[in-house]
Write a protein that binds this ligand. Structure first.
Ligand code: NAP
Length: 306
């Protein structure tokens, strides 16, 4: 019997990375593109191209728009956090009963929004350290090998199709603690990325702002504990320092977004952390001040601040 099709919503960096690896392992894959114009643009070319270690391969992956009628049983949501809820809502009428979704979004907030909208579907949250970027449409460069954690806060059993990810060469592990992983990644992001935007610097230059970073880590650890995520707080400051040193030459993803005039995912990272602090009545003045500075900075550049 033919394996069920993976629909991939969002043919950007991560969507292309996943779609190409799944397709070449023999799994049926179909892209869902935002409209007819994007579909025509895609169909005018040979398919999706993935560049790995300087070598390009192109995969003629089928594509459609939301208007297609075929049911969707397995959906990889690979758009940005701020697009996920709206994009999945457009697809909701096509989701089959017991559909399974994998949500690749960074940060927190978008996953709950999608899951709340689809009580019948299974929403699997992912946290990935793989890195890819999109030099142009329909091309992705696999820039950083990493790992993807998958988990479902509502149900601890892994899905039956995980072996397909093994066959596709997608390094992953199922975890019952996906929220802890997502919170930890969010905290690392909050301690590093906003400051790289405000100081307009590479990650390594934050070593010159060690006190400020340490103060933020202390507040973030306090927040994690009050949000029921004490494990995500363990040795946070040490890991932040390690990440800053290990990625010293890199520009953070938020820095790249802002310097290219693109919308950032602040609302699902620092914005989410500050909203959680408010919900828990925690006064975290440095985190709040960081958010105010970042919002003002983004507004000054005419970029969305949510
Ligand atoms: P990206 O390159 O900007 O790709 C997003 C894609 O979503 C674009 O192709 C966009 O379409 C598509 N899209 C948006 N709204 C849509 C809609 N309504 N219908 C159909 N397609 C839609 O983003 P990304 O870097 O892959 O990031 C995706 C998520 O993964 C983010 O939350 C990010 O933080 C997370 N993540 C990324 C990486 C990475 O290395 N890239 C690593 C870890 C986590 P258009 O092409 O038409 O604009």
């Amino acid at each position: 019997m033919l394996a069920p099709t993976w629909h991939v919503l969002g043919a950007g960096s991560l969507g292309t990375l996943w779609a190409c690896r799944l397709a070449r392992s023999g799994v049926p894959v179909r892209l869902i593109l935002r409209d007819e114009a994007r579909l025509r643009a895609y169909l005018a070319g040979p398919g999706l191209t993935l560049v790995e270690q300087g070598v390009s391969h192109t995969y003629a992956i089928a594509a459609e728009t939301f208007d297609s009628q075929t049911p969707v049983a397995r959906l990889l949501v690979a758009c940005k956090a701020y697009d996920a809820e709206h994009a999945v809502a457009r697809l909701a009428p096509r989701l089959s009963a017991n559909a399974e979704l994998v949500l690749l979004q960074n940060g927190l907030g978008s996953q709950d929004a999608v899951a709340a909208m689809l009580p019948q579907a299974r929403c699997i949250f992912a946290s990935s350290t793989e890195g890819a970027f999109r030099p142009r449409d329909w091309h992705a460069v696999f820039a950083g090998h990493g790992f993807t954690w998958l988990g479902d806060p509502a149900r601890p059993q892994p899905p039956l199709w995980l072996h397909q990810l093994d066959q596709a060469g997608i390094p992953h592990q199922w975890t019952p603690d996906i929220l802890t992983r997502l919170w930890r990644k969010l905290a690392l992001n909050c301690a590093i990325n906003p400051l790289t935007v405000l100081y307009d610097c590479r990650n390594g230059e934050l070593q010159q702002h060690a006190c400020e970073v340490a103060t933020l880590c202390a507040e973030l650890a306090e927040l994690l504990e009050h949000c029921g995520q004490p494990e995500a707080a363990v040795d946070l400051a040490c890991e932040v320092q390690r990440v800053i040193a290990a990625t010293a030459a890199n520009f953070s993803s938020m820095h790249q977004d802002v310097s290219h005039g693109r919308r950032s995912e602040i609302g699902y990272l620092l914005g989410y952390a500050c909203a959680a602090a408010q919900r828990h009545n925690r006064s975290l003045p440095h985190l709040r001040q960081l958010q105010a500075r970042l919002v003002a900075h983004l507004q000054g550049k005419g970029l969305p601040s949510v």
